[in-house]
Ligand binder design. Structure first.
Ligand code: R5P
Length: 289
């Protein structure tokens, strides 16, 4: 029988003090369920609203490209400086220490390599993302590519359904359609399409007029770094994206192909979270290096 004698009358009811009802810090995410918000809060730093994702999923289409030949040697030492890890499940299981305690944005579509036509992809079973404790799943959409657009939009849609059911946010990854101009009009369309189909985060590319791309996308945008640039130019890219309203970066080659990857990811982090100007961040890179 329960010990009723040990139930003390409560006294601190705070009568007259309204219970706080805070909005959620992340654009377009206020109406999500608790689990989704919890996962998004692991990816995006609630103090700044931004994230530095370290992308090293390149091998799933490119194989052992420069910088990811040995994830254990090149990427694992960078993990401590990242807010979130973006990779495919094979590398995650084989090489990323589960003791890293970093959120994972799991690359969740598969199907083709750079040797054949890209983007005829399928989405992995959400249960595998659950088992891997993914904080988000990433699915590519090729807007403007007649051969694969419908298939990849359907993949995103299906991933959002599965993600919603398990409380896992979905990141829509905009792959540039073959015949599309890489301009704000195109990236605005592609990003909006991802968000309208339910993506909770959009990954796209920086371009002139990016503030319009961000403004008309109802969920946070992170930018990919793209091909390796000189460090100052990559920091400038990150700076301009953040100043245009991006919520962070999902950067790979410009970090792991850098002369000093650990210095580079820290300099990128200072741009993203502290708003350092490119020249200041480049100085930081040189000092750390
Ligand atoms: C592209 O689909 C890959 O998912 C990469 O994760 C993405 O492009 C970011 O890497 P990078 O900064 O090297 O472009």
């Amino acid at each position: 029988m329960a010990d009723l004698d040990d139930i003390r009358d409560g006294r601190e009811y705070g009568v007259g003090v309204a219970q706080r009802t805070d909005g959620f810090f992340l654009k377009g995410s206020n109406n999500l369920d608790w689990g989704m918000k919890d996962r998004l809060s692991r990816i995006f730093n609630p103090a700044t609203g931004r994230t530095v994702m370290l992308a090293f999923d390149h091998g799933f289409i490119m194989g052992p490209t420069s910088g990811v030949e040995r994830i254990d040697l090149s990427i694992v030492p960078l993990i401590e400086h990242a807010d979130c890890l973006m990779c495919a499940r094979g590398v995650l299981r084989a090489l990323v220490p589960p003791t890293s305690r970093k959120p994972v944005c799991l690359r969740s579509d598969a199907g083709t390599s750079i040797l054949t036509e890209l983007n005829h992809n399928v989405v992995i079973d959400i249960q595998d993302a659950v088992k891997l404790n993914a904080s988000a799943i990433a699915v590519m959409v090729s807007v403007g590519d007649a051969a694969t657009e419908a298939e990849t939009v359907a993949n995103l849609y299906q991933a959002v359904d599965a993600g919603q059911a398990s409380g896992i946010p979905v990141m829509g990854v905009t792959a540039v359609g073959k015949d599309m101009a890489r301009d704000a009009r195109y990236f605005g369309l592609a990003s909006r399409l991802c968000a309208e189909n339910g993506a909770n985060i959009v990954k796209t590319y920086y371009t002139e007029g990016f503030e319009k791309v961000v403004a008309c996308c109802p969920v946070p945008i992170v930018i990919a770094g793209g091909k390796k640039l000189p460090e100052l130019e990559a920091l400038d890219l990150a700076y301009r994206a953040i100043q245009s309203g991006a919520s962070g970066v999902d950067m790979g080659r410009n970090v792991f192909q850098s002369e000093k990857p650990a210095a580079m990811i820290q300099a990128v982090g200072a741009v993203v979270h502290q708003g350092l100007k490119p020249a200041e961040a480049f100085q930081m890179f040189n000092d750390l290096k």
